[in-house]
Design a protein around this ligand. Sequence first.
Ligand code: PHE
Length: 351
Amino acid sequence: MIDLETIVGDAKASFSAALTPADLENAKALFLGKTGRVTELMKGMAQLSVDEKKSRGAAINLSKQAIEAALNDRRQELADAELQKQLKSEALDVSLPGRQHTQGGLHPVSLTMERIEAIFGSMGFDVAQGPEIETDWFNFTALNTPEDHPARSMHDTFYVEGGTESAPNLLRTHTSPMQIRYAVQHVKKHRATIDAGHTMPEIRVIAPGRTYRVDSDATHSPMFHQCEGLWIGENVSFKDLKFVFTDFCRTFFESDDLVLRFRPSFFPFTEPSAEIDIQFQTGPLAGGWLEVAGSGQVHPNVVRNMGLDPEKYIGFAFGMGPDRLTMLRYGVSDLRLFFDGDVRFLSQFQS
Ligand code: PHE
């Protein structure tokens, strides 16, 4: 006769070995199922006497109860394990720092450009864009720049393919070509008015954008920004230039005490000409001067190349450096930092 304890032991062992509820149900069938070992024992009792049946039956029942108890324990264990697994996978660690949504920002020079456009916009200036690859005509010749002018030399200008042998195309060295491009369009638009002998509406425009020169140090970069300004009318004087530019700078830097210096200078396309310097208010260069613009009364030859009569129309132009305005505004001493693309530097400038 098979020992009941052995069967109970076997049942417990195979229940423990079951790692899933399905395995456990299969193991149960081997002992308690229709043809299971305990069921078979019950069937075997048929030949026993009444007394034997009584004692044997009671013993088998105890074993059956022990097996059922083991089965229920194991069911509970598996269910607990499953729950633990689920809890673990869905665990929420509330002590973790939250995910940061880092927000991008505009480049400091872009912030400056936006400021420039807003301030000049409020003074009635249009904003124009032009090509960065220019012809020799717009960049030099139309701006009264003689063929032997040093700015044309290979040392300053990036020449590119296209154009003619004697007048190759180039990366614009300044935004001044926009004076001609914009004025020519303006004159075309008001041709009928001009031809009828009337006065055309004034030209009042700024032209911000990228410019290029073979140059690199703390205050020069091969790619840099300029913003051209042009105001042409019947009676626009150097005094207006001084007023407009000073007013712009004081608004830009939000400082009525800002000190500007108009230094006599030379440009082929203006006469008289001045360079404009601003004093650093903050940062390591406080007190020092930084040149921020070239300017002057537009030369009669340039007015003529715009398609206008220099006896009737006169005005001023300036070309300023937004990169340098940005240096002054934030007290940055090396302009190249703006173009290194280091996020640790750039992320300090949020509007
Ligand atoms: N284009 C000149 C430069 O880049 C600046 C300038 C613009 C000077 C307009 C006078 C008038 O240096």
